[in-house]
Write a protein that binds this ligand. Structure first.
Ligand code: ATP
Ligand code: MG
Length: 411
């Protein structure tokens, strides 16, 4: 028999945790819709190639973290580990290049085979945005401003830092890469095994390493900023000026490279010190080569994604639930009348709890338990006169009113 338990690194979401996640997603959706972003939903699995080729075949995700399987037709499929590759695949396969820019947002589950710990799961939820077909610094500024506004609306301003860097264009990136390799070769013996392996294939990733021995070497590595050519430097300066202009505080971190192959120019992360090693809550960057790499022509892109669970963990208990109205029938003969009243109130837009059983006292206890604001009490007298007793559960005040006036009174 199958084991009756959830798979390691996966969680059932309900109660407060789920409410907080809903709030994160609703807040993000509201903010990005103001910037003209529209929701897209792409499949949860894609051909393995969509991820393997485009995220970079030396990235952690592709080498260690993907959930790949062969379906019954023998196709190699992968549960999506992130959202960008799928959205860009969709952009290309639906021929959306005609009407640029294209602005999408998405949210949903992502899957990575990682070592589970606080803030690190094997199935987790991301909310993300992609802006395709805009290659000026204004796009970067707007996309970062949007992320910032979103976290502000969640009440997390003051708790997060914007870190930003530029990887420059291909020329700058190659120039830096060369300098970095020369430097790292001199310190080869001090590097971790992983980093030794990355040195030829993907040296930039070493800057991202969380190993202490690597960190010590990286400390004195050449600075990325010194390798940016004039055009890349101008682009980056324009982005920073734009953030200044909007009053968005940031910290330039020239060790920030991000884990995936497709980034160029601006990369950024919003981090908090409240979640230990899992402190990055939102991350993104520019990916000007990705659409072309997927066969969709020369279309620039920029986007970000946030970890919904990580953000939810930062929120106070979500108590802003609607307070219901409790409808309380007293005696068997009032049940139908009570049900009609509940129905009428719900049609008028009220949230109504009508407990299923019990005497008046039990039902009042239940009403308090669901944090009802008012009780509509119906006994046989009320039934006879087409009246109800309306009780304010905060003040304890109560009065009889006619049924016709109930909705008016509750508004
Ligand atoms: P990390 O450095 O923490 O592994 P990452 O660079 O792999 O993050 P991205 O691929 O940029 O993360 O994903 C964007 C965001 O999604 C992260 O900043 C984080 O908030 C969230 N995230 C990534 N992996 C996980 C995971 N395994 N569990 C929960 N949230 C995650
Ligand atoms: Mg990761």
């Amino acid at each position: 028999m199958a084991r009756i338990q959830n798979v390691r690194g996966t969680y059932d979401l309900f109660g407060d945790a789920k409410r907080k996640m809903k709030k994160v997603i609703a807040t993000a959706s509201n903010v990005v819709e103001k910037y003209g972003f529209e929701e897209i939903e792409t499949p949860i699995f894609e051909f393995t190639e969509v991820f393997a080729r485009n995220l970079g075949d030396t990235s952690d995700i592709v080498t260690k973290e993907m959930y790949c399987f062969n379906d019954k037709g023998g196709e190699s499929l992968t549960l999506r580990p992130e959202g960008t590759a799928g959205v860009v695949r969709s952009f290309v396969s639906n021929g959306m290049q005609q009407n640029l820019p294209v602005k999408f947002y998405y949210h949903g589950p992502m899957f990575r085979y990682e070592r589970p710990q606080k803030g690190r799961q094997r199935q987790f939820t991301q909310f993300g945005i992609e802006l395709l077909g805009a290659d000026t610094p204004q796009a970067d500024i707007e996309v970062i401003a949007m992320a910032y506004e979103f976290l502000e609306k969640l009440g997390l301003n003051g708790q997060v830092t914007v870190e930003i860097n530029s990887l420059g264009d291909d020329i700058s990136r190659n120039a830096y890469r060369e300098k970095l390799v020369t430097y790292l070769k001199k310190h080869f013996d001090e590097l971790s095994e992983d980093s030794k392996n990355r040195l030829e294939r993907n040296p930039l990733r070493i800057l991202d390493s969380k190993e202490e021995c690597d960190k010590a070497v990286i400390e004195n590595a050449p600075r990325y900023a010194d390798s940016l050519n004039e055009a890349s430097q101008a682009f980056f300066s324009a982005v920073l000026r734009g953030l200044d202009n909007l009053g968005i505080k940031y910290r330039v971190n020239d060790r920030l490279v991000r884990g995936l192959d497709y980034y160029s120019h601006t990369v950024f992360e919003l981090t908090t010190d409240k979640l230990g090693a899992q402190g990055t809550v939102l991350a993104g960057g520019r990916y000007n080569g990705l659409v072309e790499q997927m066969g969709g022509g020369n279309v620039a892109g920029i986007g970000w994604a946030c970890g919904v669970e990580r953000l939810a963990m930062l929120l106070e208990q979500n108590t802003d639930l609607p307070r219901p109205i409790a409808v309380i029938p007293v005696g068997d003969d009032t049940q139908d009348y009570a049900l009609r009243i509940s129905h009428k109130l719900r049609l008028a837009g009220f949230c109504v709890e009508q407990s299923y059983s019990g005497n008046m006292k039990k039902r009042m206890i239940k009403a308090n338990k669901v944090n009802a604001c008012k009780a509509v009490i119906i006994g046989s007298d009320e039934l006879a006169d087409n009246m109800v007793t309306l009780k304010d559960l905060d003040s304890g005040e109560q009065k009889q009113i006619s049924l016709d006036k109930l909705i008016e009174e509750l508004k």
